[in-house]
Design a protein around this ligand. Sequence first.
Ligand code: ATP
Length: 442
Amino acid sequence: MDSASILNIGFDDTDSPKGMCTTFLAYKIVDYLKKQDSEFLDFPRLIRFNPNIPWKTRGNGAVSLKIRTKNPSKIKNKIKNFVSRYSDTQNGANPGLVFYENKIIPSYFTEFSELALWQLINRNEAKKFAQKNDLEIFYKGNGQGLIGAIGAIGYQFYDYTLELLSYRRPSKFGKERKISSESVKTMQQKTFPYTFNSFDSKKSRVLITPHGPDPVFYGIRGEKVDSLLSATKILETDEKLAGHMIFKSNQGTDDHLKNTFTKSTMKPYSSGIITGTLSYTPKIKKGGHVFFSIKCNGDELQCAVYKPTGLSSIALALIPGDTIRVGGGIRKASKIHPRILNLEFIDIIDLKRNIVKSNPLCKKCNKKMKSKGQNQGYQCIKCGKVSKNKIVLEIPRKIKQQLYIPDVSAHRHLSRPLTRLGKINQKLKFDESFSWFCVYEN
Ligand code: ATP
């Protein structure tokens, strides 16, 4: 294509808990662009940002597209119309749309994106960013969506995964999704390890279908285009679907947990990691949630491990003095609780020996002796045998020096699953001939 320009398009916050989905808007826009002779230079990019921001609808995802086009003005106008038409502004969506015409994405874009992965960013910062860099923007409502829209354009992949999202026909929006769970289980087994987090074998639960009224029927996450496409052929459903689109994403990469917290960055709603030493014996509270505190850089940080993570038994087995590296999101302090780090993983760096002192055992009767009073030794109540001192016992530890991650059902979009530990995808040459976008025939 001669005299064509390269256009980056970022958008976010088009959905609400009552309907729509930013990825579905992307699917509609791609369908339009394909008919306009636009050349796609990459997969549509689905970028998940800080999962701990309070106003996300579901997984804090934003989308960007990179195309080559001869008619950027026409395309920009049309996309503005799409965003207006498909955004659920009546139910609280605050859509943001950003256009950036350039092949290279400058580092200031990437820096903004990297901060949005773990910090809470004020929407005025996004507006200032757009003004300072002379960006073409469009927004509705309060413009909160500009943060994700800028971030999605600026994001640079270090590792990636893919997700094939299939969409429903409009007549099915809001209706129950019926899929054979046996087929999902088989799909997971047959495509392992190139797809992940599709089925929770422990709880026999299908994980690929959302539960809300959005247009997504299922989402299959994985590493390779071919594996995703073969996975769709194994799944069994009677519902006639509208089509699918494959996104390149930072899901499953632990991208939000790269920052090491310092005193000044440990702010409410931020995400990050920290290493510390347990200060007291963990306590279990109502609901089965476990709380403890770690000492790090001279400060105390309260940590919470919620029952659904499946990590509460690990947390309960920790003892004072253990050194752990933990990560998650900071929950704001309230009248009833201090600032707390909600844990998303526990990496045990060093386990203390669990030494306890106990009353001596009577060798003859095999019974624990009773104390005779302070500094007066111990005596067997059965045979009267006496002993002077307590005995020292070492209780075996139930946990190991290793990384513990939550049960698959409790994973966040960004959580790195076990199958991806140590895995980094870097090479994926985009080819328009891949079946990454498909509108199914009637
Ligand atoms: P879905 O996953 O269905 O697309 P969502 O969970 O992404 O929904 P949105 O409705 O897009 O939810 O709301 C997230 C909002 O938070 C967007 O407006 C986005 O711009 C904004 N946002 C993203 N990252 C940050 C951040 N780090 N700080 C502040 N706001 C952010």
